[in-house]
Design a protein around this ligand. Structure first.
Ligand SMILES: NC(=O)c1ccc[n+]([C@@H]2O[C@H](COP(=O)([O-])OP(=O)(O)OC[C@H]3O[C@@H](n4cnc5c(N)ncnc54)[C@H](O)[C@@H]3O)[C@@H](O)[C@H]2O)c1
Length: 347
């Protein structure tokens, strides 16, 4: 929402030619999205694991390279989607800015706020869109709830409740490098919170160690409860867990003086069953993020493409990515030290 940008004029009347950096889990989602989009073409996929890049190119077209910088600077590339590991994001965004290429970069920008701040001024001055992959904002159900809150249906927002539970803990290698639950998992919820309440001023967090030896071994938590307070006195309550027997638990509730709006969990079918054993039951919740947010990833890409073509920048931008990391770090400090941490996101 915030990255000031004068979109490039390089791609107007033809599909935007995309360089995709990274061909792993989320890279594959973006490759499919680009393939399905009428407004984009997969031009090049870069990954040092060249077999991964080649496999995507075989399915969706373009060429494969191990060299991300060559892909970003190629003359036949209009825009870049960064889906490589978090530790590469700052340098790759900087390379995109150097090359004057619009970039959609996966969250988080980095795990180290000092590195993010090192790029902050350049990102603010960028003449091309710099979008961050906070896909929740593009989920059609969450977006409708957001639109209806903005339209005043429940009056001024008083309380927002975000529930986000993964179906099962990630593997130990992932947890080791994740940066901890607040910077890896809750970061999505911090961005969702700021979508509704941009000016968060206080963070109180409790980290939980309830069931996972793996997260405990890495000085991390397997669950968290976070309360944010906005400058206008609004509260945001976030509940996270690294496991959930019922599946991927993604819910949102907004309350104001005139009522409450809620988004419940999605299932693959609207068919419900009632038998002698159970009443009104339906299919389980969707398995994980690839299923639950498939529409959101497509909408996120289309919003970016629109900005690349000169439309308004409607995606979360660099400042939103930075703000989410500031809140994550504040939550970590709050959980460690058992106190409320005050933040100034404009500083
Ligand atoms: N928005 C979301 O819902 C979401 C979901 C998952 C992951 N992510 C984020 O996406 C990023 C990637 O996560 P993932 O789960 O896809 O990881 P992954 O490990 O599955 O894939 C990363 C890929 O990047 C490649 N790579 C490593 N260094 C590279 C470089 N310098 N240039 C190009 N490619 C390089 C690796 O070989 C690998 O194929 C992370 O920052 C993660 O936080 C976001």
């Amino acid at each position: 929402m915030t990255s000031p940008s004068t979109p490039t004029s390089s791609a107007v009347d033809r599909p935007v030619r995309i360089a995709l950096i990274g061909s792993g889990r989320i890279g594959q989602v973006h490759a499919l999205g680009v393939h399905r989009s009428e407004g984009a073409a997969l031009q090049v996929v870069a990954d040092p694991f060249i077999a991964g890049a080649e496999s995507l190119v075989a399915r969706f077209g373009g060429r494969a390279t191990a060299d991300a910088l060559a892909a970003i600077t190629a003359d036949d590339v209009d825009a870049v989607v960064v889906a490589s590991p978090t530790s590469t994001h700052v340098d790759l965004i900087a390379a995109c800015l150097d090359a004057g290429k619009p970039v959609l970069c996966e969250k988080p920008i980095d795990l180290d706020i000092a590195r993010v701040d090192g790029l902050r001024e350049r990102a603010a001055q960028a003449s091309v869109p710099v979008a961050l992959g906070f896909n929740r904002r593009f989920d059609p159900h969450f977006a409708e709830l957001h639109r209806r809150v903005q339209a005043g249906e429940i009056g001024p927002l008083e309380q927002l409740t975000i529930t986000s539970r993964d179906p099962a803990p990630a593997p130990e290698d992932y947890i080791r490098a994740s940066g901890g639950i607040f910077r890896d998992m809750t970061i999505h919820d911090f961005d969702t919170a700021r979508w509704f309440v941009p000016d968060v001023v206080a963070v109180t967090a409790v980290g939980l160690r309830q069931f996972s030896d793996v997260t405990a071994r890495h000085d991390d938590y397997d669950g968290a409860v976070v309360t944010l307070v906005g400058a206008g006195g609004q509260s945001v309550s976030i509940t996270n867990s690294r496991h959930c027997a019922a599946g991927y638990d993604q819910r949102l509730e907004a309350t104001g003086p005139l009522g409450t709006l809620t988004v419940g969990n999605a299932t693959d079918t609207l068919v419900r069953s009632s038998t002698g054993a159970s009443g009104d039951s339906s299919a389980p919740f969707q398995t994980f993020f690839l299923e639950r947010y498939s529409q959101a990833y497509s909408a996120e890409l289309e919003a970016f493409l629109s900005a690349v073509r000169g439309g308004p920048m409607t995606s979360p931008g660099f400042e939103d990515g930075r703000a989410a990391l500031v809140l994550a770090d504040a939550a970590g400090a709050s959980a460690r030290e058992g106190r409320t941490v005050r933040v100034d996101l404009s500083a």
